[in-house]
Design a protein. Sequence first.
Length: 179
Amino acid sequence: MERFVIWRGLDEWRAEAAHVTVDGDRLTAQGTQLGADPYRLDYRLVTGAGFVAERLELSLLHEGRLRRLLIVRDSDGRWTADDRPVPELAGALDFDVLASALFNSTPFLRHAMGAGGEARDLLMAYVTVPELTLTRSEQRYTPLGGGRVNYASGDYSANIHFGEDGLVRLYEDYLERVS
């Protein structure tokens, strides 16, 4: 499956466009996110087998400054950010980027959550935008059936609706897919 998708913010102005390829149990994507701050974030995501995180290249233009970040998870599960070890991410299998709809798809696809199932507590390599900082984030995905999950992290919770392609259609009160 190969798609070009566009999402728009519902709570504030933001937009994201990505070219996404799902080949078996691997996902690659190249996208751009624009925020009202204003900022521009370009990314390239590569997952390995089982939709497990492998590589995320980020390039952020904010306040006239261009910054880059390369995050890699090696085959032994060790994480690095710009070649520096990030041991606090041990056990994480996914990337997550603030305000992006794309990154919710990898755990959804890996655990086949579309039809329902058990709640999953997941650890993410989480990137804030526009700060471009990398932290550990504990998240809970509770499948609701019908291609929906309840996403929760800290005191935040929202229902996310996925299309048959495994990509976000609607992130309630936050963003929606427009193409």
